[in-house]
Design a binder for this molecule. Sequence first.
Ligand SMILES: Cc1ncc(COP(=O)(O)O)c(C=O)c1O
Length: 385
Amino acid sequence: MDFERIMDRRNTESIKWRLFPEDVLPLWVADMDFRSPSAVIDALHQRVDHGIFGYGAPPADLAEIVVNYLERHFYWKPLPTQISYVPGIVTGFNLAVRAFCKPGASVLFNTPAYPPFFGAPKSAGVPYVTNPLQRGSDGSYHIDFDLFEKQIQDERVGMYILCNPQNPTGRVFTREELTRLAEICLRHKVLICSDEIHCDIVFDDHQHIPIASLDPEVADNTLTLLAPSKTYNIAGLFASVAVISNPEMARQYCDFRNGLVSGPDLLALTAARAAYLHGDAWLKELLAYLQANREFLMETLASELPGVEMHRPEGTFLAWLDCRNLNLQPDPQKFFLEHARVGLNCGADYGPEGESFVRLNFGTQRAVLEEALKRMAAALAARQE
Ligand SMILES: Cc1ncc(COP(=O)(O)O)c(C=O)c1O
């Protein structure tokens, strides 16, 4: 796959490429600028060429294919009967909040957080509590377990929404961290809804561990949401997977969504099947390309953008840039948009800990990344003159 090939995405109904004026390089929303694996494109062509698009059902072998993928990639082997499909992860966790949160219970999640984590409890009328990730002296992010447990006790927490790998910090939580989280949740009967959408994008020797794979008791207390959407760049198709091993939870989730939220459409599931079946080699190349982008970004920040700090993300194609030293006005997102013509995500949208941060998506061609960084460096330099 030629990841260097620049694709024109304007006029393709891409949310990323049409939010800002034409002269802005958009490195914000989390999809990539690469074509999907050819096996995915071919499978979609074949299905479209058939020409009949009546009501679909998930491909009969899809659950088996998903399970084999999870075993191959994460050493996790749920049963095919524990697999169901949802049209997007955001839908999946919004449903979970509504299906499982009892009156008076609250939802807990770590911050900075993917903005829809705030929206899910808010729109369901459920209170939420945030557990800020702590920063080590090297800028790394860690969970404050004592605070986590105290909040669970004090705030009547009923559900913990875990994000692993974590958006926006890029943390890939270790087995030790996940085990502690799972133990605390089990001890206090807090259900875990684990958003693992970025599960495939991990670097170096980091390994994604689905929290439900720790042991059967944890699995029975967990709803896991994952998808081929980020990995194979098919986010616009909304094919996502829910894994629920506890039959009572599965029934409750299924009853709640029944008639409200259907499964992903037949093209979405066609693409998901092809990705999970034939995507491994492509993914390997993608990870090498993204990792090199990450290194290029680290080096360029250090040499050309003094004052912008980033702790090397362990996973995801998202960089969480700390601009607090620079006092960029009115905030870094607006500063880089106005003066560099680069479109980033505003850190404050991820919670108060994100003030004066921006999120940069490096899932793009090196040349695009290089140009964006050049523009950002020039904007900073001009400001100091
Ligand atoms: C942590 C996380 N969850 C969910 C999503 C979006 O999921 P979907 O588009 O399938 O609803 C994103 C997209 O950026 C994300 O980063």
